[in-house]
Design a protein around this ligand. Structure first.
Ligand code: ATP
Ligand code: MG
Length: 568
């Protein structure tokens, strides 16, 4: 069996687990992925998903999917469904059923009562602003709330009344009684419960008090028998509260929290709150807009589950915060698509070309490989006639030094076909080129021209065999490295993050896609193409219609972005 463990050499958590196992600290690994159902998953979540699920798989343990649903004001069942769908699509299976923190609301209430009985929690009446003010700062210690020393009975009674709906939102809350001068601000009597009159998607109207994340999280981990609770570095300080709650309640199992650095990706926004702003301001269309790095956006753009998993393995798991190059993500999909995508020709920005020395009813069919190195991927037929489309940028009317493509008097080879020579152009009354008139050398099929230079090759499509399609080309959404760090991140949006082209694919390609589109849609899959010389594309399964296919560019053929920016 292949030693999978070598793939984890850049994962410090893996090394900790190995040591723990040697010392028999636990029998089997139990992890969890705990998303808040308040948005769609993004590539940062994928890092955490891969870590939790892969490690559990590696050690024959299991990973729970637990919705951390303690704030119904921001949650929605549509987010639950999309999160489930994305995890499945990424190729992971959660343990048994799906868990919800809300399942434990009764137990959590009981543990809160326990803290009150131990004089370790009290019902506070300070307002939200007062609580903040009393909390102090990193330099100044906080001060005690005047309600801190209520007796146990009064606290129990008030907490019960909070639960029964006697008070308004914000009027009362339950706080842990720890230390208002702790160097860890999180330990300065953190709020454990707040009142919220809102229907919960799971518990409906059963509760009007909801536990805070810090209180619910550690207890949920404990109830589920989690051995390793992984979270991102911002929760480092919360660890003392995590351990304090477990120590002071009667839970019987003590999970351990480990922190790792969150994924930050260049030119990207990953915060759900900020993605929501992008949608509200119509900068992007939706959560699955291919310009953002949500799992659904990446899927729609043509990323595969394995390319995302591979990316997560490559970046590793460390404690250092860093900013990952976008090109690394692109490398992972490009190298995969290179091996599996079907090569075909498409013209995105067409200009007409007429071969005057070929008959109008001439038709030749070429059989061409679907992949240059993989004969097992088969072949397809390309139809050649005397009127074709080529890419507008493959012809230059004015002389330009070093321009190697078509210009008047120069030769070019049509991919898989003949060498042609541009003789003249025709224009409309506005001066736009309507067609390029060329001669075709019918002796040059598959042969080097005699006594002449071997010309460059361009792609083309026979007009008689063309099918109109839309092509969407995506650029980075932000033109600075780290938009996440900018308060006014919206002012760094790239105005040209999407470029729409109206061009053509081959008719038979359209027919093939139409036959398969229903199945690939229902299986959450896609079809992948390399449009020769243009890039890797997939079908936009959201906006494509029966009579009009739309293609998304997944990634360019080469890493042009880094080159472009180095030259600037
Ligand atoms: P966001 O800040 O994007 O809104 P979040 O941390 O609030 O995300 P949760 O739903 O709470 O989102 O996250 C679920 C899990 O995913 C958590 O364990 C969290 O640590 C992890 N996670 C979220 N963002 C990242 C990231 N950028 N890199 C690695 N892990 C992440
Ligand atoms: Mg969160």
């Amino acid at each position: 069996m292949k030693d999978k463990t070598s793939e984890y050499s850049n994962n410090f958590i893996y090394n900790i687990i190995k040591e723990d196992l040697k010392k028999n600290k636990f029998l089997s690994l139990r992890t969890r992925f705990p998303p808040e159902p308040n948005g769609y998953l993004h590539i940062g979540h994928a890092k955490s998903i891969c870590l939790n699920f892969e490690l559990a798989n590696l050690y024959n343990g299991y990973c729970n999917l637990r919705f951390d649903d303690t704030n119904p004001r921001k949650e929605n069942i549509k987010y639950i469904n999309s999160i489930k769908n994305d995890i499945k699509w990424l190729g992971y299976k959660w343990n048994k059923k799906i868990f919800y923190s809300s399942e434990y609301f009764s137990k959590l209430y009981h543990y809160a009562q326990e803290l009150i009985k131990k004089k370790l929690a009290y019902v506070d009446q300070l307002t939200k602003d007062q609580i903040r003010e009393y909390r102090g700062t990193l330099i100044n210690s906080g001060k005690n709330s005047p309600y801190r020393n209520r007796d146990i009975e009064e606290n129990l009674e008030l907490f019960k009344k909070m639960k029964q709906g006697y008070f308004n939102e914000g009027e009362m809350c339950l706080r842990a009684k720890i230390d208002m001068s702790s160097p860890y601000i999180i330990m300065r009597d953190p709020v454990l419960y707040r009142i919220m009159y809102i229907k919960h998607h799971q518990t409906k109207n059963q509760w009007c008090i909801y536990p805070m994340y810090d209180f619910a999280h550690c207890i949920s981990d404990s109830i589920e028998g989690i051995t390793h609770s992984f979270c991102t570095l911002e929760f480092q300080d919360n660890k003392c509260l995590y351990n304090w709650i477990l120590k002071n309640t009667s839970v019987s199992h003590y999970p351990k929290q480990y922190e790792f650095s969150r994924l930050n990706l260049k030119h990207s926004i990953l915060s759900k709150r900020k993605i929501k702003i992008l949608i509200e301001k119509n900068i992007i269309d939706s959560w699955d807009d291919p310009r953002i790095q949500t799992i659904s956006g990446l899927r729609r753009k043509g990323y595969t589950p394995s390319s995302i998993r591979n990316f997560c393995k490559k970046i590793g798991v460390t404690k250092q915060n860093n900013l990952i190059e976008f090109s690394m993500l692109e490398y992972c999909i490009r190298s995969e698509l290179d091996t599996k995508s079907i090569r075909t020709m498409a013209v995105l920005d067409p200009i007409k070309l007429y071969l005057y020395n070929i008959d109008d009813n001439y038709k030749e069919i070429f059989t061409v490989p679907n992949h240059p190195k993989k004969p097992e991927l088969g072949t397809h037929k390309v139809i050649f006639t005397n009127t074709i489309y080529i890419e507008r940028e493959d012809f230059k009317e004015k002389y330009e030094k070093n321009y190697k493509r078509l210009k008047i008097g120069a030769e070019i080879r049509l991919r898989y076909a003949y060498i042609i020579k541009a003789e003249k152009i025709e224009k409309d009354i506005y001066g736009n080129i309507t067609q390029i008139i060329c001669s075709c050398d019918l002796t040059t099929l598959g042969k080097k021209p005699t006594n002449r230079k071997n010309p460059a090759v361009i792609h083309w499509i026979s007009i008689q065999n063309s099918y109109a399609s839309e092509f969407r080309l995506y650029e980075k959404l932000f033109n600075i490295d780290n938009p996440e760090q900018e308060k006014n991140f919206l002012s760094f949006v790239n105005p040209k993050s999407i470029i729409v082209k109206h061009g053509f694919i081959e008719k038979q390609m359209n027919e093939k896609i139409q036959k398969e589109i229903h199945d690939i849609k229902s299986q959450n899959k896609n079809l992948f193409f390399q449009f020769e010389r243009v890039g890797y594309f997939c079908i936009d399964l959201v906006d494509s219609k029966k009579n009009k296919l739309i293609f998304n560019r997944t990634v360019s053929l080469r890493d042009t972005w880094n080159k472009k920016n180095k030259n600037n």
